[in-house]
Design a protein around this ligand. Structure first.
Ligand code: MG
Length: 158
């Protein structure tokens, strides 16, 4: 078994989509990004890649590459899972925390878990998604940005 950790941040701006954990969340602000700006998936990808010491999401999918412009981050996550499988690893469980002042994410958490489990091809009870505000402190609290943290456990299959 191996463990990995990931962290990601995106700035927020008005009039953009807010996509978190593969789910479009109704919001006045969304992520400024080269891809769809799904910080939860980006942190998760880095945790998975970190577990197997395969680098990070920026190395695999450079933001200078127009192929990834506006890309649905679930496609990136699927590619990471496939890459891990090539190395002989399957996912044990993952745990994600999203820090965002508003909107409240609670109503969307289970939809995110279901979507992420589907993309990774694992059971939903192996996917945890949590959300927190930062009590109006820092860039998340000022609603300037959103951050996400993730850990992942992977297991060797061969
Ligand atoms: Mg990112």
């Amino acid at each position: 078994m191996r463990i990995g950790f990931g962290y990601d941040v995106h700035a927020l701006a008005e009039g953009l989509d807010l996509v978190l954990g593969g789910v479009k969340v109704p919001s006045e602000v969304g992520c400024v990004a080269h891809s769809d700006g799904d910080v939860a998936i980006h942190a998760l990808c880095d945790a998975l890649l970190g577990a197997v010491a395969l680098g990070d999401i920026g190395k695999l999918f450079p933001d200078t590459d127009m192929a990834y412009k506006g890309i649905d981050s679930t496609i990136l996550l699927r590619r990471v899972v496939d890459r891990l499988a090539e190395e002989g690893y399957q996912i044990g469980n993952v745990d994600i925390t999203i820090a965002l002042q508003a909107p409240k994410l609670r109503p969307h958490i289970d939809t995110m878990r279901t979507r992420l489990a589907e993309v990774m091809g694992i059971e939903v009870d192996c996917v945890s998604v949590k959300a927190t505000t930062t009590e109006k402190l820092g860039f998340e609290g000022r609603r300037e940005g959103v951050s996400a943290y993730a850990v992942a456990l992977v297991e060797r299959t061969k």
